[in-house]
Design a protein around this ligand. Structure first.
Ligand code: ARG
Length: 298
């Protein structure tokens, strides 16, 4: 088990085993999506304030974008009374084949909010149906862990970056590191607006990630810059517009909510193509493109 809290503790990343890119996308139909309770600051102003028809249209555009650009897309039905079930990034952490089991696998989440805990059962059933080996964290040891909301794989190496604080605890990463042998870089989240790591860090390629420095401790910023030597620091206004919740599925495209010209220019200068997807109705719940899909290994 290896947890990394300082730059001095970082391993030589180039010497870590390579991992493949994930090759499937999982979405949930938004028929029950809404803002019905407040579990992050973004939701406070929007209880029952979602335009549900627009939300459906935005989700269909996102689905179409993934179907056109990316890996095969699987779609699950929504679940009544589970308005956040559409945020499929949160209920599990997929693990590259060979680390947790021979084939594709995932660690199921323990949702911090009791309102979201019932999402795990139908989600686990769907992953099992798709042949994934599942591991469960012990709820007596791990208070909370929210999947790829906080667990962020390095795009090329067997290295996990783990957000700690609002939704996930260090104990979760102790277990995951012990099970997989993968070192985990712990990143404490310090600003309640950026309650998941995927709201303030977005891996692009082996050298580059977008990140918002204001959401991390000084040591966290140093760790991100050491792991991603060409990391791009985004401005607060663009971070609040959830630019770090964009998603780069393939090293070539960046799927993202519109309105962040400085960050888009920096990514275009690296050769990325920006694919705009309006997610205004999901921002009301504190989520955007990255949260709305699970990218997993099949
Ligand atoms: N309303 C959801 C929550 O607060 C939004 C989750 C967004 N997901 C994410 N990975 N940031 O749990």
């Amino acid at each position: 088990m290896q947890l990394i809290r300082t730059v001095a503790e970082l391993p030589d990343i180039e010497a870590l085993p390579r991992i493949p890119r994930p090759n499937r996308i999982l979405l949930v139909e938004p028929e029950f999506y809404d803002v019905e309770y407040v579990i992050n600051p973004h939701m406070a102003a929007y209880v029952e304030g979602v335009d549900r028809l627009l939300a459906r249209q935005q989700w269909l555009s996102l689905r179409r974008a993934y179907e056109t650009l990316s890996d095969p897309v699987e779609v699950l039905p929504g679940e009544p009374f589970l308005p956040d079930f559409v945020f499929t990034a949160n209920q599990a952490l997929p693990v590259p084949p060979g680390l947790l089991a021979e084939g594709p696998s995932a660690v199921l989440s323990i949702m911090k909010s009791s309102r979201r805990q019932p999402e795990i059962r139908p989600y686990a059933a769907a992953l099992e149906e798709r042949g994934l080996h599942l591991e469960r964290l012990d709820p007596y040891v791990v208070r909370a862990f929210e999947g790829t909301g906080d667990g962020s794989w390095h795009p090329e190496r067997a290295l996990l970056l783990g957000g700690v604080g609002p939704r996930s605890t260090t104990a979760a990463y102790e277990r995951i590191s012990a099970w997989t042998g993968v070192p985990v870089v712990l990143l404490e989240l310090t600003d309640p607006r950026f309650y998941h790591l995927d709201t303030c860090l977005s891996p692009i390629d082996s050298q580059c990630a977008l990140y918002y420095p204001g959401a991390f401790t000084d040591e966290g910023v140093a760790l991100i810059e050491a792991v991603y030597p060409e990391a791009i620091a985004v401005q607060e206004a663009e971070a609040v517009n959830m630019v770090c919740n964009g998603h780069c599925p393939d090293g070539q495209h960046f799927l993202v909510h519109p309105g962040c010209p400085s960050t888009f220019a920096a990514l275009e200068a690296r050769g990325l193509e920006i694919v705009l997807l309006d997610t205004s109705e999901y921002l009301k719940s504190g989520g955007s493109v990255f949260c709305m899909k699970l990218h997993y290994w099949s």
